[in-house]
Design a protein around this ligand. Sequence first.
Ligand code: GH3
Ligand code: MG
Ligand code: MG
Ligand code: MG
Length: 297
Amino acid sequence: MKVLIAGSTDDVEDIMSSILLEEGYDCVFVKDSKEVIDNIYVEQPDVIILDILLSNPSSLEILSQLKSAPSTRGIPVILIASKRSRLKLVKGYELGAYDYISRPFFKQEILSRIKNITFACDRIKELEKLLDRDYLTGLYNRRFFMERFLEEIAWSVRYKEPLSLMMLDIDFFKRINDTYGHGCGDEILKQISSALLSVLRAEDIVARYGGEEFIILLPNTSAEGAITAAEKLRATVQNRTFVCKDSNNGDMRLSVTISIGVTIYNGETELSPDRLIGQADGALYSAKESGRNRVVV
Ligand code: GH3
Ligand code: MG
Ligand code: MG
Ligand code: MG
C-alpha cells in the first residue's frame, strides 16, 4: 500500500516515515507543493496525506484540483492540521478531504485513521464493481452500458468519429435450458461471454443486455470493421464446442449459434441511444427471421 505524503516541514517527513515505513507502508514524500499533483499522477498512491500548511499552490488548491479530475477523485486525502487551522480544515472537508491528523503526531492515531479510510475506500470500490457488472457473466451490466453509451455518442458527435452497435442473441436458447437444464444454460452464457471478450478489442464495451441478449459498442469503428467483428463473433461461437454438466453430472458437449444485428452511427445527425438500439434490434430481428446464425446490418 502506497502513501504519498506532501509536507512543508521536516518533521512531517521524519515522523511520518518512521511511523509508516515501520508498519510496512510504501511512502513517497513531496516537499515542494508545485510537484504534488504531478507526483500523484505518477505514483498513483492509495492514500494522500496533505499538510494544510502547504502554500503556492495551497493545500486547498491542490485538493480541489485532485477532486475535480476523474483519475484522482477517488484517492482519499487526509489533511495534517493544527487547532489554529480549523477554518481551513472545514474548507478542506467541503472540498472532499476525508479526515485529518493533528500535531503533535501520535502513531496509533495516524495508523487507525489510515486503516479506516482504506477499508472504507476498498468497500466503495467493491460496491462500484457490483454496480457495473452482471453477476453471472462478469460482463458490464445494462446500467453501466447505457452510461458509457451516452458518453460515446457525445464523443462521436464531437470528433466526427463513427460508432458501431451490435445486438446479439443466442439462437434457440430456450431449447438448451429445456434439454439440459438451467444450470447448463447458465454455463453456456458464461462461456459465450468469454468467447465474446476473446474476440473483441479492449476498447469495445460488452454488456449483458437481458437474459440471453448481449449488446456491444465498438467505438471509432465504421461499417466494414463492425461487420468483420460481428462475423468473427458469429463464426467463433459456431466453431466452438461448449461443455456443460447434465443432471447426472456428465459432460455434455454442444454446439450453439448466435444471431447479430449491427447498426452504424456516423456521428453526423444527432440520434438518441434508444433509436440506435432500436435499429440494432431491428437488424437482429431480421437475422432471426432469415434463418438465425447470421449477421444483419
Ligand atoms: P431465438 O432463437 O428466437 O432467440 O429463440 P430463444 O429460445 O433463444 O428465445 P426465447 O426468447 O424464446 O428464449 C430465451 C430464453 O432464455 C428463455 C429464458 O428462460 C432463457 N434465459 C434468460 N435468462 C437466462 C439465464 O440467466 N439463465 C438461463 N439458464 N436461461 C436464461
Ligand atoms: Mg427470443
Ligand atoms: Mg434467443
Ligand atoms: Mg432473446
